[in-house]
Design a protein around this ligand. Structure first.
Ligand code: IPE
Ligand code: IPE
Ligand code: MG
Length: 244
């Protein structure tokens, strides 16, 4: 049974397998993405109801721009539909919407409604929903390093003062709680340039379920597995038990 008193504070999901879901049914890939958007709705609602503080969804990677043009276009249209259609749900449930990734690469028809909803939901406090859009973990770390280098050049920072703490403050994920659980669907066991820095001590949960089939029950299962793990953060098991 899932324990609501020791939930992961921040869950991130690599929502993979839409294409294979469609292919198995003889449908075009986009139908898999469409069904995947329904799974997003279910998982956001379930997370909010459970009391998860933050949920990050890998919706589009920096590398996904290289997919066929029609697929990229269809994904962007689904993203816009999601933002427009979920507005009421997000506001009514006091969810704060944020993004990580290079928003400037998104087409205007997505960026405009997205930015309005980000601004309008900024004061909401029940849960943070973070969409990773045009996101790459390496790109994000490089951007942080660049900002620190600029601060050094400007004379505001000494190189020897750079540490894990202030580096993390340059990452767009600084507004999110510590990442506790990373879920990847579809059987692949890789990180695909997702939260490279943030996942340092996250627990990983891999499932063969394809993203469009991922449900509230699948999320509960992932959280339950997470709760059965011992997180040691480099310490010994004995030390961890004393501290608890
Ligand atoms: C995940 O499903 C969605 C995105 C990457 C946008 P895929 O489209 O990668 O599905 P598969 O991996 O081809 O099955
Ligand atoms: C990762 O899935 C990106 C998203 C889920 C948005 P991919 O399907 O792009 O990853 P690879 O290509 O299998 O590593
Ligand atoms: Mg994939």
């Amino acid at each position: 049974m899932l324990n609501v008193h020791s939930l992961p504070r921040h869950i991130a999901i690599i929502m993979d397998g839409n294409g294979r879901w469609a292919k198995r049914r003889g449908l075009p890939r986009i139908e898999g993405h469409r069904k995947g958007a329904d799974a997003v709705r279910e998982v956001v609602r379930a997370s909010r109801e459970l009391g998860v503080r933050a949920l990050t969804l890998y919706a589009f990677s920096a590398q996904n721009w290289d997919r066929p043009m029609e697929e990229v276009r269809a994904l962007m249209e689904l993203l816009r539909d999601y933002v427009v259609e979920e507005r009421t749900e997000i506001m009514d449930n006091e969810i704060r919407l944020v993004t990580i990734g290079d928003r400037s690469r998104l087409p205007e028809f997505v960026r405009q409604p997205l930015e309005v909803l980000i601004a309008d939901s900024a004061e909401n406090e029940k849960m943070t929903l973070c969409l990773a859009l045009s996101y790459g973990g390496r790109e994000s770390i490089v951007a942080a390093a660049r900002r620190l280098a600029e601060a050094v050049v400007a004379g505001d920072l000494h190189p020897s003062d750079i540490d894990v703490g202030n580096f993390a403050q340059e990452l767009s994920t600084k507004v999110l709680p510590e990442l506790d659980l990373v879920i990847r669907t579809s059987g692949e066991q890789r990180i695909s340039n997702f939260l490279l820095w943030e996942a340092a001590y996250a627990e990983f949960y891999f499932t063969d379920t394809l993203w469009p089939d991922f449900s509230r029950a699948s999320l509960y299962q992932a959280i339950e597995t997470f709760q059965g793990r011992e997180r040691r953060f480099g310490l010994t098991s004995e030390q961890v038990r004393i501290r608890r």
